[in-house]
Design a protein around this ligand. Structure first.
Ligand SMILES: [Zn+2]
Length: 89
């Protein structure tokens, strides 16, 4: 979680929703403050908690590599968030 002066960015979402939500509770993170989520690459250990975050806060733009399958963007949009691809690092 990167808390900047203008935006709060969550970088990857971990393996499982249970682990992410546990850490959110322990660290006292307010997921409603997240503006953007950046997914680094397409392994499950980076995307597993995404649905749980978007269920708490769909008012988020999710950036992910262009190599992701189209279903990924559709899943993000079905959770009412904005999906945007970006070039690989
Ligand atoms: Zn990986």
């Amino acid at each position: 979680m990167i808390e900047g002066t203008e935006k709060t960015i969550l970088f990857d979402t971990g393996t499982q929703p249970q682990i992410l939500m546990h850490n959110v509770g322990v660290l006292g993170v307010d997921l409603k403050k997240v503006d953007e989520i950046v997914i680094s690459h397409g392994h499950d250990d980076h995307t597993g908690g995404l649905t749980a975050v978007l269920e708490k806060n769909p008012n988020v733009t999710v950036f992910f590599p262009v190599s992701f399958p189209p279903e990924f963007g559709r899943r993000v949009e079905s959770l009412k968030a904005e999906a945007r691809t970006r070039r690989e690092f």
